[in-house]
Design a protein around this ligand. Structure first.
Ligand code: GCU
Length: 661
């Protein structure tokens, strides 16, 4: 019977290998055994291997010497020597090797390393690698690899585009949806080891005992998969829950309340990860309501957790009362506090200084706080990149940031203790709202494990496991994915423009909006378009946000004639006739980029159309229909944006530009 091709299995499809390969691999593989006593994690690793192999080998009986899972301390001989290569590696590291006697060894120093190793072995096979060449040693780059869910207890998900929340809060703790296990398998397969279950705009009541019981059920189910649960804590919770008259972090009763709350949570969930906090941002309560600093607030919660967990304190703050360039506010707020945060406080910093735009320069806080732990927050759900409908593979976006040289010594990735991604999962059958958005979930986990992986390798691995191992298919689909995010940048916000989306929903174009009370919520605030020119002057003649970067980095972006034009209008306000590097004036260059984005989406649709023979009908159709929407909406973006700029600059459509659709 044909398997259901609705996307539920994600990249863990284990689609049968072609017959020849399955037969060869079956001859080299054998039964799965464990040299170590079974723990829930080791049992999960074995059962995943058994399940994966049965499906990949498709009826061919494994006839080789076998696959051995083993903790280093339980191995001897050649296996022990292979496992010894892991010495000094962090938790979760694994080694996959073929021993001289023909056995395949999956070794680790801890249980979770065995599970990660099992998934890695299946990934190699699933991507079409023959058993004989699989040889792998791998360790996670960061200890914190976290997914942030933005769902509310009501089931509605903030900026979520794939249905309702995956958490069935109503029936928890009595019923555990079996999806929670498939979810944990998916997260573990890409190395995710922490999940924040509720929205950053948190309700206080999730800290009540009834929710702790629900959380406990999830924590128990996920523990074998190495996933620790975290909660977003609302800063004013003790007050809102009626326990104190204030939420002042220096008030003894408030401090005691958080300590008692932490003790209560740890009694139920001994490996609770900690609290995520959005404070004094977009109307959320925080320590500044009491004249205290972010450090006072974060350290108070950190003291309550002690060495049991961490406080993930978000740096996404900007204020209605502050007229400073929004892109500068977080740095201004936090950098002076460098060194003042407790050891178990981690500042969670969005990839760019504004808000998950199709392209932003890296956040100036990276590298600028040497005495503070920082974590990067990326958004997997595509709030500003066409939701789940538009195809945009985000690995290149995150790679741009984590490989950026901070100018303070090292690239961004070297300044991090972890990565957190805002989830794109929901109740949709395919989890992510579109088949290709699964790739973003996958890519985020892979980069949090190994930020050195290339976007191309990630796309290749994902597409081979998810759709087809056919080299002809991969040769088409991988470049299509790799170009997709730049296409979105081009048709939405080319040349460093940002935040031109309709206010509120953030979907379609609305560069004309300029009348909202909070200036920084208006698209016109970011474009600064007028008859004389376009772009945000962030040099010394403007907001001087440039000065927040290390001198070498600022120097790269100071001269509009010589800089990387992908950031041009982010940093500079330029006349419409400014000469760009292509030789075109700014206006025709801008129009050219909109056209280029539209053309790229047309090319993506044509590429996909040619791949029908490689993809099952259901997923082929789903993707084709979304691409058709994207083609239409890329034109909408281009035409509406150009029409608006023309109403400001009164310039004709440049010669050769595509006419409006
Ligand atoms: C964006 C998003 C909000 C979200 C916020 C945050 O502004 O639109 O819905 O709450 O980011 O990250 O806190």
């Amino acid at each position: 019977m044909a398997r259901a091709e609705d996307g539920y299995d994600l990249w863990l499809r284990y689609a049968p290998l072609d017959d020849g390969m399955a037969a060869d691999d079956a001859a080299a593989l054998g039964p799965v055994t464990s040299a170590s006593a079974p723990t829930p994690t080791i049992i999960a690793a074995r059962s995943e291997l058994e399940r994966g192999l049965a499906e990949l080998l498709d009826g061919h009986e494994p006839a080789g010497r076998g696959i051995v899972l083993g903790l280093a301390r339980d191995l001897d001989g050649a296996a022990a020597r292979e496992a010894a290569t892991l010495e000094g590696q962090p938790a979760g590291a694994y080694r996959i090797a073929r021993l001289a006697d023909g056995r395949i060894l999956i070794a680790a120093q801890d249980d979770i390393g065995l599970l990660y190793g099992a998934f890695a072995f299946l990934r190699h096979l699933g991507a079409g690698e023959p058993v004989s060449t699989i040889d792998d040693i791998s360790a996670p780059a960061f200890s914190l690899r976290i997914i942030d869910h933005w769902g509310n207890p009501s089931g509605l998900v903030e900026r979520g585009y794939s249905g309702r929340s995956i958490f069935d809060w109503w029936h928890l703790p009595d019923r555990l949806d079996p999806r929670m296990i498939d979810y944990a398998r998916a997260e573990a397969s890409i190395g995710i080891n922490g999940v924040v279950v509720n929205n950053v705009n948190a309700k206080a009541y999730v800290l009540e005992p009834r929710y702790i019981a629900k959380l406990r059920r999830l924590a128990d189910a996920w523990r074998p998969y190495g996933i620790r649960v975290y909660l977003t804590a609302r800063f004013s919770a003790p007050m809102e829950l009626g326990a104190t008259g204030t939420a002042d972090p220096l008030d003894p009763a408030v401090r005691q309340w958080w300590k008692d709350k932490a003790d209560e949570i740890y009694a139920a969930i001994p490996d609770f990860g900690g609290f995520l906090v959005k404070a004094n941002s977009e109307g959320q309560p925080g320590p500044q309501d009491y004249g205290r600093t972010h450090a006072d607030g974060a350290n108070m919660m950190a003291a309550a957790l002690g060495d049991r967990g961490v406080v993930l304190w978000r740096a996404f703050v900007y204020s209605a009362e502050d007229s400073t360039d929004r892109a500068k506010q977080a740095y201004n707020e936090f950098v002076p506090l460098d060194g003042k945060f407790a050891d178990n406080v981690i500042l969670q910093v969005k990839n760019g200084p504004v808000d998950f735009q199709p392209r932003e320069p890296f956040h100036p806080m990276f590298g600028a706080m040497p005495h503070t732990k920082l974590m990067l927050e990326g958004q997997i759900t595509k709030e500003y990149l066409g939701f789940a409908t538009h195809l945009a593979f985000l690995a290149p976006l995150w790679k741009e940031v984590i490989t950026a040289d901070t100018g303070h010594g090292g690239v961004v990735a070297q300044n991090l203790v972890g990565m957190a991604g805002v989830a794109n999962t929901g109740s949709d059958r395919n989890w992510s709202g579109s088949h290709f958005d699964q790739a973003n979930w996958y890519a985020f986990g892979r980069l949090a494990w190994d930020p050195r992986m290339s976007s191309g390798n990630i796309a290749q691995e994902w597409a081979a496991q998810t759709f087809s191992r056919d080299p002809g298919f991969l040769a088409e689909v991988v470049p299509m994915m790799l170009g997709s995010r730049q296409a979105v940048v081009d048709y939405m916000t080319p040349l460093g423009l940002a935040h031109q989306m309709g206010t509120g929903h953030h979907y379609g174009p609305a560069p004309w909006i300029c009348d909202l009370a909070r200036p920084e919520w208006n698209p016109c605030y970011y474009s600064k378009a007028d008859a004389g020119g376009i772009g945000f002057d962030r040099t010394a003649t403007g907001s001087d946000a440039l000065a927040q970067y290390a001198p070498t980095v600022a120097a790269q972006w100071r001269d509009p004639k010589a800089m990387d034009e992908d950031y041009l209008l982010w940093f500079h306000h330029l006349p419409w006739d400014f000469k760009t590097q292509s030789g075109r004036a700014l206006w025709p260059e801008l129009v050219h980029r909109y056209d280029r984005g539209v053309a790229e989406v047309d090319a993506m649709a044509a590429t996909w159309a040619s791949l029908a023979p490689n993809v099952d009908e259901q997923r082929f159709e789903d993707t084709s229909e979304f691409l058709a929407i994207q083609q239409r909406e890329a034109r909408w973006w281009r035409d509406a944006s150009i029409a608006y700029w023309q109403s400001v600059n009164h310039l004709p459509l440049p010669e050769g530009a595509a006419p409006p659709a």
